[in-house]
Design a protein around this ligand. Structure first.
Ligand code: ASP
Length: 318
């Protein structure tokens, strides 16, 4: 059964399904779908034209996983190469004994393999939003001076903005031979501390696929998925014999055990090896999309809700 499930991938899912229908692999479908989101200038949390970190630099994270072999590739903190998912796939496929390349090493690798470069990854439009946000941290409305020595801790706290975190893209696909692949790409949390890496490029946290059981991918506050190993947990619960719904609920409920501050919540999508699908969110009103081989277009589905109490600055938040 051909099926693709996605978070925030409406612009890419039909092209991804066409690739599967032509006999393409699940990995191809995931890469094709995510690239279209990365290229979309209206999508501000993924690839080109994403929101930057607190000092105005766009740092991209992405990962891809092959459920046949559990092979994976990932990049983090990569600047200047908008198609992070393709670079992540090359990390997996080139003769290189690594899974995750970050920062300058990821950029060097991307250059070496001839990945598409786009130096002006921060457009004027996004620069303006960032400057406004930065100005709002000062009573005077001035933009704080930013040098390598500028203390950023207070700025990052003040500018953590849950509205700016939505948009990371997830794709999970099952192809005609039953292989499963999953991919995630993001510019991460807007206004993040430079060097912050989220769950998206961390295999087991924001992304996990295993042909024998299924796959899971996350969006939301990556720090939570990293601490709880969310994507891997869901697949492990499938391995332990839980149904897809039970496994997904358990993976979300595990997040309730984390002590500390959370905002932004958590969302996941998953497919099991039989092509059943699910989407969960810690907040009401969320949706995800899916398309099977016999559908002309994708369908949007509500996510089931598993609440996770939010706290920030020691206080409960909605
Ligand atoms: N999970 C992503 C991260 O923490 C953000 C998001 O999903 O919006 O980087």
């Amino acid at each position: 059964m051909l099926i693709i499930a996605s978070s925030n991938g409406a612009i890419g899912i039909e092209a991804a399904m066409r690739a599967l229908l032509k006999g393409g692999s699940a990995l191809d479908a995931v890469e094709i779908g995510i690239r279209l989101v990365e290229a979309n200038p209206d999508e501000h949390s993924v690839g080109y034209n994403g929101y930057p970190n607190i000092v105005g630099e766009l740092e991209l994270d992405a990962s891809i996983m092959d459920g046949r072999s559990l092979n994976s590739g990932a990049v983090a903190l990569m600047r200047g190469f908008p198609y992070a998912i393709s670079v992540a796939r090359q990390v997996m496929e080139r003769e290189l004994p690594h899974v995750l390349l970050a920062g300058q090493g990821a950029e060097r690798f991307a250059r070496e393999i001839g990945a598409e470069q786009r130096e002006e990854t921060l457009t004027e439009e996004i620069r303006a939003v960032w400057r406004k946000r930065l100005a709002s941290t000062k009573e005077s409305g001035d933009i704080p001076d930013l040098t390598d020595e500028t203390p950023l801790l207070d700025l990052v706290k003040l500018t953590t903005d849950p509205e700016r975190v939505l948009g990371t893209v997830n794709f999970i696909a099952i192809d005609s031979v039953g292989d499963i692949a999953s991919g995630v790409s993001t510019s991460g949390w807007a206004w993040k501390y430079p060097g912050r890496i989220g769950d998206s490029p961390i295999i087991g946290a924001g992304n996990f696929a295993d042909n024998r059981y299924g796959a899971c991918a996350c969006t939301g506050m990556g720090e939570m998925a990293i601490r709880a190993g969310t994507a891997r947990s869901l697949v492990l619960y499938l391995k332990m014999g839980l149904s897809l719904q039970e496994a997904a609920r358990r993976a979300m409920e595990d997040l309730r055990d984390l002590a500390g501050d959370y905002i932004g919540g958590m969302n996941l999508i998953a497919l099991n090896k039989d092509g059943q699908r699910i989407g969960l969110s810690s907040r009401a009103g969320g949706s995800y999309i899916y398309q099977t081989g016999d559908m002309d277009s994708y369908q949007e589905c509500e996510r089931e809700v598993v609440t996770i109490p939010m706290r920030w600055g020691g206080e409960a938040r909605e």
